[in-house]
Design a binder for this molecule. Structure first.
Ligand SMILES: *Cc1c(COP(=O)(O)O)cnc(C)c1O
Length: 427
């Protein structure tokens, strides 16, 4: 039988570099042919061959209400019928901005953009404009989109200047980024002691979801807040993934930490391109046209994207939404862990709200180095066996997974049963 997936992938590689429009889609990490999807409904997606999968990727996070939720599709259809965009203000942008500021108390003002990359890139420019400083601090294994100053990895030796992690990023730009270890409060303190008065901003994922899933240590979060305050640096919580994913108040509410600026994306767009950054009024007022920090976007606040986001944010405000979501995620991680342990496999898992991490390791990792020492070969084998069984996990051992409100207890039980059958024949 010829596979449409394979045919589409072969053809795509002639016209699109690597056949994909974003590298992790290419399955390079796990091997094999990427799936081309033709439709989604609720907790399921169907590939080009018509095979159905239970989806734990959810478009990398946005599909918190499942695919094609009728309220979201209806809102998009209504908005589209009124015009796809004007490049001028609309009432729905005001509604979104007010809602974001109401749900996330750290937001006094907010600006809408179209991608998480734009949100973080601009938050950093804004922090630099506000402080008059150039240096930024990020953490190894955190991803904040693909702007030059954030595609940086640690140089050799503690506190040396960052090195580009992508060709095309000038070393001079990377040198302005200090890269530290996640969850290392002492390392952060040392960096501030050394260069604190040069630091414009510290940007961090409050739950790291781009190196599998790593939860923050309380002392790490406390150090972030107190050191930024002490040295006058802007604390940027990158909640593009965690915002409306771990709780209605994001990770800032879940862990009770108050950032100066916040970036949002993914869930707030409901599957369409909408993102935002916002925070303290005195900082946000530095933006053009009020202030001297320039930022713009032809499609910013696009009415169709905003409609999808508003409809999604209405659903997540329903009573018990996050409680049910977290229950499903816990059901999954506990079920998989119990099964793996029954079969003597070194495996563990955890979840925060509606996001989860699976680790082929005896203990839950707390740092980038510990994530890197998980058994990647075992993950790849598990990934492909689950894919064959009709379960779509993120095609990389270094990505968080997501459940939606469309995943039923029965869906999760079925996934656990499929994993159990795989673990049974594991040795
Ligand atoms: C996905 C993500 C981004 C980038 O968002 P895009 O919309 O893909 O540009 C930034 N930060 C975090 C934490 C993310 O998970």
């Amino acid at each position: 039988m010829t596979s449409h997936n394979q045919e589409l992938f072969d053809a795509s590689q002639r016209f699109i570099p690597g056949g994909v429009n974003s590298p992790v889609r290419a399955f390079r990490s796990v091997g094999g042919t990427p799936l081309f999807f033709q439709k989604g409904l609720g907790a399921y997606v169907w590939d080009a061959d018509g095979k159905r999968y239970t989806d734990y990727v959810g478009s990398w996070g946005p599909m918190i209400a499942g695919h094609c939720h009728p309220d979201v599709v209806g809102a998009v259809q209504t908005a589209a019928a009124n015009g796809l965009g004007f490049g001028a203000p609309t009432a729905s942008e005001l509604e979104m901005a007010e809602l974001l500021c109401r749900l996330l108390p750290s937001l006094e003002m907010v600006r809408l953009v179209s991608s998480g990359t734009e949100a973080t890139m601009t938050a950093i420019r804004l922090a630099r404009g506000f402080t008059g400083r150039s240096r930024i601090v990020k953490f190894e294994g955190c991803y904040h989109g693909h702007s030059d100053g954030l595609l940086v990895k640690a140089g050799s030796g503690a506190l040396t200047f960052g090195q580009p992690s992508s060709s095309g990023v000038p070393a001079e730009i990377a040198a302005l980024t200090t890269v530290l270890d996640y969850n290392d409060a002492a390392g952060l303190e040392r960096a501030f002691a050394q260069t604190g008065h040069e630091i414009a901003a510290v940007i961090v994922e409050p739950v790291a979801g781009n190196m599998n899933l790593v939860t923050p240590k309380p002392e790490f979060l406390a150090a972030l807040r107190s050191l930024c305050t002490q040295y006058g640096a802007v604390l940027i919580l990158d909640e593009v993934m965690t915002g409306f994913r771990v709780s209605l108040q994001g990770a800032q509410g879940y862990y009770d930490i108050k950032p100066d600026l916040v970036t949002l994306g993914k869930v707030m767009g409901g599957g369409l391109p909408a993102a935002a950054f916002g925070g303290r009024r005195d900082i946000m007022q530095c933006l053009a046209p009020l202030g001297a920090v320039y930022q713009a976007g032809t499609l910013s606040g696009n009415p169709v994207a905003v409609a999808a986001g508003l409809a999604t944010l209405k659903l997540v405000q329903e009573d018990g939404f996050y409680q049910r979501l977290a229950q499903r995620a816990t059901q999954l991680t506990e079920g998989l862990t119990a099964s793996a342990h029954r079969h003597g496999i070194a495996f563990c898992a955890q979840s925060v709200g509606g996001m989860f991490g699976l680790y082929f390791s005896k203990t839950v990792p707390a740092s980038y180095a510990e994530v890197m020492s998980c058994d990647k070969v075992a993950f790849n084998r598990f990934f492909h066996a689950m894919l064959d069984a009709g379960v779509y996990l993120a095609p990389s051992a270094f990505e968080a997974g997501f459940v939606s409100s469309a995943h039923t207890e029965a869906d999760i039980d079925e996934t656990i049963a499929k994993a159990d059958a795989i673990f049974l024949g594991w040795k």
